[in-house]
Design a protein around this ligand. Structure first.
Ligand SMILES: [Zn+2]
Length: 681
């Protein structure tokens, strides 16, 4: 639930939905899937299919002030939040007994809405944390403070978390991952462009504001800020780039407590693990050894006062969204307004709802599925998944570029994919979590501690195959290479992904494509490095692997060529896995649809379109969106997914079926010569 925590786990989602990206008025629900007012029929499909399919939608859904991006996807997330709100209100109104799930949900939400209590408390909820930070005066006290803060999911330096071992995927081990920076990417510390300068300036203002709010003078606050900036810049220098972090091989560096100093000498790791509550960590994977070495070296080369200031800054920026209005505003100014260009904050109830739904995820989820998830949706999904698998298998058989022995392995991996739909069979128990009605920040810290302990307790144990890594009320889906599983939470099984009463062409183009997308992640540039059991293991014949890379290069080059804004281009390497998954998902879903109607009579025209046309229109509709310029730049730097427009116009011209369905002509922009088309799965 920690908002600053990056997506560091192995799962690959369909899309990252930012935590602060919502509006207060959900537009009216659409009825016909492809009514002309949501399209722009003055644009030729062959010139800009994204606009042809979505022009009207884009015009009819202007960006609200409290959003940096708003798309058909976000519209569903928005409607879904109304449902979650109902659940939380019902829990709050029930006369729940202390310690029950309803009491926890109701009180957590109430504490976040009680702005009088929040203002009165001021920084009091962080008092213990500040006292602890003040004890830092040498290496030992520094490490003790690091561990104590990590236990509350406040992360100076790095993250410690559990994850299956990449070479023994049945076992959960400890993992380190670089962290500790207040700007969301290491590159922001070195970007010499005007925007780069502006962001660093804004970040320094933010830190200074935090210290002034803590009671420092402007002068002292600004001095602390400069020291922290210098420190974080050194950490950023030693950090991997996002692209480097996509490589599962170089980020796998197993070691153990005894040998950890060989990698990162100068940090008392035994003390750290003891203090954090994991005295015998066993096998440890170090994601970024260069970074950890740098941190360890810095321990006694930085003066204690600067460490104290750095730790205070990390604690304040991590907790600011849950403190007084001054802190909330300062945090929004940095991470919402400046980084994403969002003019105003979303209403408090939505922010508090996110916190509640995050902290008590499966408790809220259980109530959510009881009330909103129809069992028929699960049945229909199982059917779709079965058909998608058959289609994928057939496509593997037909691949001219792949040898038989690699094909055999690919089939095995495809067959072994585990499928989860709707909600977990076994729910998480929150009974140990204490929640009070009048201490919002205190509740967040308690919940952080509860989650950290829960996570740490998995280390050294076998993987729990029944566990989910997304809650049922999340509008998203994921593939986990380490579990070789695809997961579709209940909340994504609604329009524009899943139309309960929609025809098959539409559902294959939308949710069918999502299923294909997630399956393809098992076979993208990263996923293909894992075998059917989720172990990092090369099952490819060398010639096939070379061929794969050449084919992937076609997509990299294509996306590198797209202009996202002014002179800024898309990043074809960073988004490669997602682009492979989009194109593969489309191919697999389209073929699955064709297989499903084999031998049946020709489907009728609906909404004025043929079934093939509806398939592609349904796909395009998922990505209809408005987005601010700042958000375009931020996502181009940070997001592994391409922007909505390019998720449509990027992959489609590679598909013969698309070119034929809309009769795309060689002189049109959406046309690619057959020899230039990317073809992988
Ligand atoms: Zn994806």
């Amino acid at each position: 639930m920690n908002l600053l925590k990056p997506l560091i786990f192995a799962a690959t989602g369909l899309m990252i939905i930012p935590a602060c990206n919502n509006g207060d008025k959900a537009p009216e629900k659409e009825r016909a899937v492809f009514s002309p007012e949501n399209m722009d029929t003055t644009v030729a499909p062959g010139q800009n299919f994204y606009l042809y399919a979505n022009g009207g939608w884009i015009e009819n859904h202007p960006l609200p002030d409290d959003k940096s991006r708003f798309g058909a996807f976000d519209l569903l997330a928005e409607e879904n939040r109304e449902k979650v709100k109902t659940i939380i209100e019902e829990a709050a109104q029930s006369d729940a007994k202390a310690g029950s799930v309803a009491q926890q949900i109701g009180d957590l939400f109430a504490s976040g809405m009680d702005t009088i209590a929040i203002e009165e408390a001021g920084l009091e909820p962080l008092a213990d944390i500040f006292s602890l930070i003040e004890t830092i005066n040498d290496g030992e006290t520094l490490i003790k403070a690091t561990a104590a803060l990590h236990q509350q999911q406040i992360y100076p330096f790095f993250y410690l978390y559990s994850s299956p071992d990449r070479k023994n995927s049945n076992l959960v081990i400890a993992n380190f991952y670089q962290g500790g920076l207040g700007l969301p990417d290491r590159d922001y510390y070195f970007d010499q462009s005007e925007r780069g300068e502006k962001l660093r300036e804004a970040y320094k203002n933010y830190l200074t504001t935090l210290f002034v709010l803590k009671g420092e003078t402007e002068e002292s606050a600004s001095e602390k800020t400069n020291n922290i900036m210098e420190l974080e810049t050194r950490m950023a220098e030693a950090s991997n780039t996002r692209l480097e972090n996509r490589d599962p091989q170089t980020t796998y560096n197993p070691t153990n407590l005894e040998e950890l100093p060989d990698m990162a000498d100068g940090f008392d790791w035994t003390l750290y693990f003891h203090e954090v509550g994991l005295p015998e960590p066993g096998k440890i994977n170090v994601g970024q050894p260069k970074f950890m070495a740098q941190i360890a070296q810095m321990v006694d080369k930085v003066d204690p006062q600067t460490w104290q200031d750095y730790f205070s800054a990390v604690a304040m920026r991590s907790m600011a969204p849950y403190l007084t209005q001054d802190f909330v505003e300062a945090s929004f100014e940095m991470y919402g307004r400046t980084l994403s260009g969002q003019p105003s904050m979303e209403p408090r109830w939505k922010r508090v709802l996110n916190t509640t739904s995050g902290a008590l995820g499966e408790a809220v989820g259980q109530l959510y599925v009881e009330k909103y998830f129809p069992p028929e949706a699960k049945e229909r999904m199982l059917d779709l998944v079965g058909n998608l698998k058959k289609s994928f298998a057939k496509r593997i058989d037909q691949l001219a570029w792949m040898s038989d022995s690699t094909k055999t392995q690919a089939h095995e991996k495809l067959n072994a994919i585990r499928v989860k739909i709707g909600y977990p069979d076994k729910w998480r128990d929150y009974s140990g979590l204490k929640v009070s009605a009048d201490n919002y920040a205190g509740n967040v810290l308690m919940s952080n501690r509860f989650d950290f302990t829960y996570d740490l307790n998995k280390i050294g144990n076998p993987v729990d195959e029944e566990e989910w890594h997304m809650t049922p009320q999340t509008v998203n889906a994921y593939y986990s290479p380490l579990a070789n599983e695809i997961v579709f939470p209940a909340a994504i099984l609604q329009p524009p992904f899943f139309y309960p009463y929609g025809d098959d062409a539409v559902n294959y183009g939308a949710i069918g494509m999502v299923i294909g997308h997630e399956m393809t992640h098992g076979f993208d540039d990263k996923g293909r490095q894992y075998d059917k059991d989720g172990n990092m293991n090369d099952w490819w014949q060398p010639a096939d692997a070379d061929d794969f890379e050449n084919r992937a290069q076609v997509l990299i080059d294509r996306f590198n060529h797209f202009t996202v804004l002014d002179s800024i281009k898309a990043d074809g390497e960073l988004t490669l896995g997602e682009n492979i998954a989009d194109l593969g998902g489309l191919n697999i879903a389209y073929q699955a649809y064709k297989m499903s109607i084999e031998g049946e009579k020709e489907p009728e025209m609906l909404d004025g379109f043929t079934d093939d046309q509806r398939f592609f229109l349904a796909y395009a509709r998922v990505w209809a969106q408005n987005i601010r310029n700042e958000e375009i730049l931020r996502r181009t730097k940070e997001d592994v997914h391409s922007l909505g427009k390019w998720r449509v116009n990027g992959p489609l011209p590679n598909m013969k079926a698309f070119v034929e369905t809309f009769n795309i002509q060689p002189e049109q922009k959406m046309y690619l010569k057959p020899e230039k088309r990317a073809s992988i799965w």
